[in-house]
Design a binder for this molecule. Structure first.
Ligand SMILES: *Cc1c(COP(=O)(O)O)cnc(C)c1O
Length: 433
């Protein structure tokens, strides 16, 4: 399989696309064509790893990792991803729980897969790699967890000092010696700018062999397609229906993976993007003009994105606004609506949801009659509510139990280094000065 940039350069192989993350023309990698499947191709697939192996093998043709696909997937899907039935009269609706990984958010899946691929690539050509990641909270923890203790791999996490939740900061700073956690005295944008400056600096890049694990790497999207595929196949085998999915959306990586899975022939019905008050995607669908803007702070902070990068992939794959309107729907959910959805979820489902997941449950409760009555629905739960307990607990008036894996992380010792948001400070920290 060959990969091309959304802006034209290519082709490159999978290994190169994984290693460099972003194309040399600044575009994002897409496979030159998507493989095509029918439900009967999955008759023998028992576990999610089996489904994933069938879906992903075509993407690895010509990769040096082809023979490692099974072991990479076994590592990636080492935790359960259940679709839990919600008991609602007269409707078949369930919640796809993507939050049972080490850092309790769906980003563990993409990070685990990318770590599996990059560490094997590094050991095959015997060249150590330094993975840079700028994070506003969830991504950095997932990437650090995935690369923690892997030989030949070093991770440098850049996060904005004082702007992540206490539990998120613990998850960013509790790792082994191969993870360097840097609190940048600035904003998330400063962290991203610093990462780009470091990767563009030839001398630093040569010395440290940088690679990046940010959310635009194709290696994050590939495994994400698989849980949509697996959940849709299970649903289809049980009911004969192709379920609709409602996906909490920020940078559009997760929802784009769902669209790819549907394009590949998996039994997926309507797809709805649930966004927060950041309306860039919703406005584009309505007006047809693409106008990225600074992000607004909302309760669903991991979705506070004003310029969703994966829109570039979606427009390349599906088309412009008119074409997109025929394939997808968007809903924009305000903070007030998130708050009321968090209360209703707890009352009606009997368990708490997180503020991101609440954009999906709100959207589901307000579907028009036709969509609600003609389809079964799978609501995508992107993080465990215990990560956002300061928002959720006062609203539901109850404590959210902390899952054991998260508890274990939160009790580990932490260490981090505070740096100024400039390249010399980063270079000094990288050299241990
Ligand atoms: C990153 C994240 C999202 C948004 O996912 P995208 O792929 O960026 O659209 C939603 N919920 C949580 C909890 C996240 O961490």
């Amino acid at each position: 399989m060959k990969y091309f940039s959304t802006r034209g350069v290519g082709p490159v192989g999978l290994d190169e696309a994984l290693r460099i993350g972003i194309a040399s023309d600044g575009g994002l990698f897409l496979p030159e064509q998507l493989p095509s499947f029918g439900v009967s191709d999955f008759t023998d697939a028992v576990s999610i790893s089996d489904v994933a192996a069938a879906m992903l093998r075509p993407f690895f043709v010509e990769s040096v990792l082809l023979d490692d696909v099974h072991s990479i997937l076994a590592e990636t899907f080492s935790f359960p991803i259940p679709a839990t039935a919600l008991h609602v009269d007269g409707q078949d609706v369930s919640m796809l729980e993507l939050y049972h990984g080490p850092t309790a958010a769906f980003k563990d899946v993409g990070a685990g897969f990318l770590a599996g691929c990059l560490s094997r690539l590094a050991s095959k050509d015997d060249s150590p790699l330094t993975i840079l990641v700028a994070t506003s909270g969830d991504t950095g923890g997932a990437v650090a967890a995935a690369f923690d203790q892997r030989p030949g791999m070093r991770v440098v996490v850049l996060f904005p000092e004082g702007r992540v939740s206490e539990r998120q900061e613990r998850q960013l700073c509790c790792w082994g010696d191969n993870v360097l956690s840097l609190k940048v005295q600035g904003s998330f944008d400063d962290c991203q700018a610093l990462l780009k400056a470091a990767m563009a600096d030839e001398e630093l890049s040569l010395r440290h062999h940088f690679s990046s694990a940010n959310s635009i790497n194709i290696g994050r999207l590939l495994p994400q397609m698989c849980y949509f595929g697996d959940a849709s196949l299970r649903h289809y085998k049980r009911t004969g229906n192709s379920p609709g999915f409602i996906v909490p959306t920020g940078n559009l990586g997760n929802a784009f993976a769902c669209v790819m899975a549907r394009e590949m022939g998996l039994p997926i019905g309507p797809i709805i993007l649930a966004t927060n008050a950041n309306r860039t995607i919703a406005d584009y669908f309505e007006s047809g003009s693409w106008s990225p803007r600074p992000s607004l702070r909302t309760l669903a902070s991991a979705m506070d994105v004003g310029d969703p990068s994966n829109m570039e992939r979606l427009r390349k794959l599906v088309g412009e606004a008119a074409a997109l309107r025929g394939q997808l729907r968007v809903s924009s959910v305000s903070d007030e609506q998130i708050e009321s959805a968090l209360r209703l979820d707890f009352d009606e489902f009997g368990f708490a949801t997180c503020p991101h997941t609440a954009t999906a449950t709100h959207t589901w409760r307000h579907l028009d009659n036709e969509l609600a009555s003609q389809h079964d629905w799978i609501l995508v739960a992107t993080a465990h509510p215990a990560k956002f307990e300061t928002i959720v607990e006062p609203l539901i008036g109850a404590a959210v139990p902390v899952p054991p894996e998260l508890e274990a992380l939160l009790s580990r010792p932490v260490k981090s280094v505070s740096i100024k948001p400039d390249l010399p400070s980063l270079a000094a920290a990288l050299s241990g000065d």
